[in-house]
Design a protein. Sequence first.
Length: 133
Amino acid sequence: MAFYIAQIALALVVVVLFELDVLPVGVMADDKQSDFIFTALMEIVSLGAAFLGLRLFKFKAIHDDLVKRQEKAMWKWGMARLIILEAPMVIDTLLYYIYMNTTYGYLAIIMLLTLPFVFPSENRCIAETSEED
């Protein structure tokens, strides 16, 4: 839960620092070539991460590990899922302010919208480590 909240807080800190002009906004806005490369890369990474993060526990090998080793597997795979979903969100937020390209902002919002579906509550953890599909 702490990691889940910490990554969201990190993205919010980035937003606040750029919005208050503590960090310079649009420093790479003129570099269209690197912007294009990062845009293409982050579109693939973010959308792939959204799919993988939401479906991760449905893969048979991972589900079997969650059922067999419950707490240890939930820690391992739960952290992996949060990293898969939240790292692109933070990176997209940074890139939005560096390039001032709304594509990154929309990608960060998409990643943020996936997070309620993986909220690490106790009931969800119990349900995901049970035998039922």
